[in-house]
Design a protein around this ligand. Sequence first.
Ligand code: RAT
Ligand code: ZN
Length: 423
Amino acid sequence: MNSVLEASAAPLASNQIRSTVEDELNATPFIDVHTHLFMPSLASLGAWGIDDLVTYHYLEAELFRSSDISPERYWSLSKREKADAIWRALFVENAPVSEATRGVIAVLSALGLSTNCPDLKEAREFFAAQDYRAHIRNVFRIAGISEVVMTNDSLDPDEAPLWESGAERDRQFHPVLRLDRILNRWPQHYEALASKGYKVDENVSAGSVTEVRRFLASWCETMRPVYMAVSLPDSLQYPEDSVRGRLFGEAVLPVCREFNLPLSLMIGVRYQVNPALRLAGDAVGKADLRSLERLCGGFPDNRFLCSVLSRENQHELCVYARKFANLMLFGCWWFLNNPSIVEEITRERLEMLGTTFIPQHSDARILEQVIYKWRNTRRTLAPILANSYQLLHDDGRPVTRADIRRDITRLFRTNFQKWTGVG
Ligand code: RAT
Ligand code: ZN
């Protein structure tokens, strides 16, 4: 055995555990299993730079609490003016202590930019000078991620033609076939399928179901996604005599089996409780996870990824993962992605599932957000993981650096790779 291997196999003293966990978290390149980022050939769809960072919809929601500006007035502004309004209200007139505002500060700091300017001039100049592809590589390096998973919509009129004309692949970006328009808003979108030659109708007759299967299969061939995905309301029911209920069982899950793809379910959104806020207008509700039980139990040959938005659903979600080996939990999503809640959920998952889950994804919509979201994940997880190893050590099992490395790699890479066949 060489000395490096010997060192990593040596039992750690109690006071070495925390720093070893921190080292290994920093040294392991993570896979970001759900984002809204786009590979360079789809760059026209993607967001990056200071104006996009500051107008992130998490920050738009916060603007209306700290400023008198009305949503109507805000939406009438240019992107630059919106960013100026948010910067003034949330970063100049107030200390940016919320998770989303602090994230912008962490990004500016990581990129060597000043964090307390009265305006965005310096940051705008910096981003304008970047070469996009080189900037992506640099951002991934700083964030400590090797690759990200995109969210790709085959019914987006701006996105679909880019895939159909053979968008150039990038090994750091994996596609995902997102199904929200089909499963959640069929009446508004079935005509888009019809216009492409699929014989579908509003009521999803038996013939329509076959045609949706054909549509999905064709997109699996074009896009070669690593999974299919859908966000779902807190009111989700399965089985259900509805468009979604029928398409789940008779179109989506069969095509997932045919192409050996997991289906990702993101459950618990209460859509548009305040439509004036647009993307920021969604809220959260506790879901009835018996529907998830029926999906996992009823389709044992399908694999599911699942993230649940309500804090109140987290414990039962862990219980279901103990019952169904075809269920992989991932991430602390959206309103859950705050250190206090991530800490609670991750402790619970480690206690109930060991290392058989994917602790976090970034959900980044703006490229540079991966810097702060992954920095925060590492910072929040270090004491939690260290505590688990400390308890193990105290209970009599020696813990080594090699153990810690294997577990962190499993949590942030191999669980996903095995589930999807990526890498
Ligand atoms: O976290 C978010 O940005 C949400 O708006 C949603 O996009 C969510 O992540 C989703 O994928 O539906
Ligand atoms: Zn998302």
